[in-house]
Design a protein. Structure first.
Length: 292
């Protein structure tokens, strides 16, 4: 047994996909309605990483997004701002130059979204993002290496990237839609946390299957077990495909029931989203809002 088999053996990685789905249905049936209210909508809004990850993103478009964030408190004085802005590496200096609000600057890095480049480039890109002002770094595990069981290389790579982050928080994206089973999602979660992840994140949003409720359930249980065994609270970020207020409340409900109230803030729990912010604002205000 190698050290990673030994690591996984310490956690409940033998999961039944159908049992996971049934448990999710039970949790939502019992608790969704109690969270379907404006107080929770406001909390979810404050937990958003407002995201623009398009190949067509221009400096002008990103400046407009930043100015919306800067003006948010004036437009909505009764609400808390989003948690961070998430962009591609080359746009970090643009956000840094124009952002006046005290929120995170999250850069996707390390060959995002496929993670199919040299580790030296992943480390260098991460270091450059931090140097330019990123306070959070979102990277994808080497999915192919994980699926072929090359856990050592995945671990070493993430550890090197973590070192390059310096003071910035590292969010490790598992790309759960490509991992094929709940058991693989659990193993990838454990491996990412062992490698130094501050957050574990579901998805890039660049493949058809993104942040499912099943992924949230499995990853939150992994975080819970990790904390129980290691005394370390790891943060969680579902991202991709969370569009409606109902979507957000469902994920919020699972996080609350599995991890508890300590995770219900934007230090411990984020949503990666672009369209969700306006939908939550509309639900809060009781009318259609297209602020962002």
């Amino acid at each position: 047994m190698n050290k990673f088999d030994d690591l996984f053996a310490q956690y409940d990685c033998k999961l039944n996909d159908e049992a996971v789905k049934q448990d999710i249905a039970n949790i939502l049936a019992a608790h969704f309605s109690e969270n379907d209210n404006k107080a929770v909508y406001k909390q979810c809004l404050n937990q958003i990483d407002l995201t623009s990850l398009n190949g067509t993103d221009t400096h002008a478009e990103i400046i407009t997004m930043v100015e919306k964030v800067n003006g948010f408190k004036k437009a909505f004085p009764h609400l808390s701002n989003v948690g961070a802005i998430c962009i591609y590496p080359a746009l970090v200096p643009v956000v840094k130059a124009h952002l006046t609000e005290n929120i995170g600057i999250a850069a996707v890095s390390a060959g995002f979204p496929a993670s199919q480049t040299f580790v030296e480039i992943k480390v260098a890109e991460t270091a450059m993002c931090v140097m330019e002002g990123a306070t959070e770094i979102d990277v994808v595990i080497s999915i192919g290496k994980f699926l072929e069981g090359n856990y050592e290389e995945v671990y070493e790579e993430l550890s090197e990237i973590k070192a390059a982050c310096r003071e910035a928080h590292l969010k490790v994206i598992l790309e759960t839609g490509a991992l094929q089973s709940a058991s693989n999602i659990k193993k990838a979660s454990i491996l990412a946390m062992a490698s130094g992840a501050d957050f574990i994140k579901t998805s890039t949003g660049k493949i058809p299957i993104a942040a499912t409720l099943e992924a949230t359930y499995v990853m939150c249980h992994a975080i819970k077990e990790w904390n129980e065994k290691n005394g370390a609270k790891i943060s969680y970020k579902p991202a991709g495909g969370i569009v409606t207020t109902e979507d957000a409340v469902k994920h919020y409900t699972l996080v609350k029931e599995i991890l508890g109230n300590e995770w219900l803030n934007n230090k411990m729990f984020r949503f990666g989203a672009s369209r969700l912010a306006n939908n939550l604002l509309s639900s809060i205000e009781g009318k259609e809002v297209k602020y962002f």
